[in-house]
Write a protein that binds this ligand. Structure first.
Ligand code: ZN
Ligand code: ZN
Length: 380
């Protein structure tokens, strides 16, 4: 077993050390968001938070990072991790971590979503790392398993290029339905009682996503791209990020069609986006929490792990992102009591390692010796 596969034990100073480094890096890049807001932050998110609240958050993250660095220093024999944490914090403070003011925001035609990346990374880590540590599904799996770096690159890229992904995924809906006079329909939808509008938005988008997802499994060429998502053997809070650009584009574009056509109110739209951001991480996370009766209403980790099952006998199940009943209707539902699949991933696929190689590979080559789609594989 190599170093990266060994679980950290409490009291070694490695958990506190890695927390210090992680928080330190977030704060370090956070300072840049204050210095170059027009290039590194997204206008949509700037509307949600205030500069003052982000200054408080930045200072808190630096203090937390310093605390964990000192703790690691005390606990660890080697002191290296604590030293790295302290170094990053010192650099962040030196750059103005505690004193940085928000700059005036000018107009730019392009920007990166560094604020979205850092805030989402922090929020997801705060929610899911404790859950995975306290109630793990696979106890042997560490946070630093062999696939985490690649998964993190996927996470970083899909967040940084939020403007690009946002624009291109809305294009198909705009091109195909933009010419229709839909304002009457939008007014009617927005006049519905809030709960009905919300449930309708979730149902209709999940129905579209179901078929987009299933198409990626049925179509042999598309399956090359979607199988990147299935290639991970270590399911955790970062694993769901491993999704090929072509897969993101088509699946999100399909979800945008009903959102665009029905013109849901901004509050419903925002709840949908926030729910999806958290729920997509939850269903891939390494946790055995089974959510009681809720697992029959909403997709849970157990439900989605069966979708990722490495045994071909169970391929082609549980395509729905949110509502299992959609799988029931179309005959692809599988949830056997409290049983979980033995393993996840695609053993027969040979994907190259690393983001860039995985990005280009499916365009020209199949990761499978026999270029079959998932449904054909299950019949063998
Ligand atoms: Zn799939
Ligand atoms: Zn998945």
């Amino acid at each position: 077993m190599n170093q990266s596969n060994q679980r950290f034990k409490i009291g070694e100073g490695k958990i506190s050390g890695s927390l210090s480094i992680f928080l330190g890096i977030l704060a370090f890049f956070g300072v840049f968001c204050f210095k170059f807001p027009e290039l590194l932050t997204s206008p949509e998110f700037r509307e949600i938070y205030t500069t003052a609240s982000m200054q408080i958050l930045l200072s808190s993250v630096i203090i937390a990072s310093l605390f964990f660095a000192v703790l690691s220093f005390i606990l660890s024999k080697k002191k290296t991790w604590g030293m790295y944490g302290l170094l990053i914090c010192t650099a962040t403070i030196f750059m103005g971590g505690f004193t940085v003011q928000g700059s005036k925001v000018g107009e730019t035609s392009w920007y990166l979503g560094l604020d979205w990346l850092l805030l989402d990374l922090l929020l997801m880590a705060v929610i899911f790392i404790p859950i995975e540590l306290i109630w793990p599904k696979n106890k042997e799996q560490t946070k630093f398993h062999p696939e985490w770096r690649t998964d993190l690159v996927y996470f970083v890229i899909s967040h940084l290029f939020i403007q690009f992904f946002g624009v291109i995924t809305q294009q198909p809906a705009n091109i195909f339905f933009g010419w229709m006079g839909l304002s009457g329909l939008h007014t009617w939808v927005q006049s519905l009682p809030f709960v009905i509008e919300l449930v309708f938005a979730f149902l209709i988008t999940d129905f579209f996503q179901y078929w987009a997802h299933r198409t990626f499994h049925i179509h042999t060429y598309l399956w090359r791209f979607h199988s990147v998502h299935h290639s991970t053997q270590n399911m955790d809070w970062l694993a769901g990020s491993r999704t090929h650009f072509i897969d993101i584009f088509f699946t999100r574009a399909m979800a945008f069609i009903p959102l665009y056509v029905f013109g849901f109110s901004p509050i419903v739209f925002n709840i949908y986006i926030i729910f999806m951001a958290i729920h997509a991480v939850l269903i891939h996370s390494n946790t055995r929490i089974n959510f009681g009766f809720l697992k029959y209403i909403f997709a849970t980790p157990q439900y989605h792990f069966w979708h990722h099952c490495e045994d071909p006998k169970y391929y082609g199940k549980n395509f729905a992102t949110i509502f299992p009943f959609i799988d029931k209707i179309f005959g692809t539902y599988y949830l056997p009591g409290n049983e979980w699949p033995e393993g996840t991933g695609l053993h027969e696929a040979n994907f190259p390692k690393g983001y860039l190689k995985q990005l280009t590979y499916p365009f020209t080559k199949s990761p499978f010796d026999n270029d079959l789609n998932m449904e054909e594989r299950t019949k063998r």
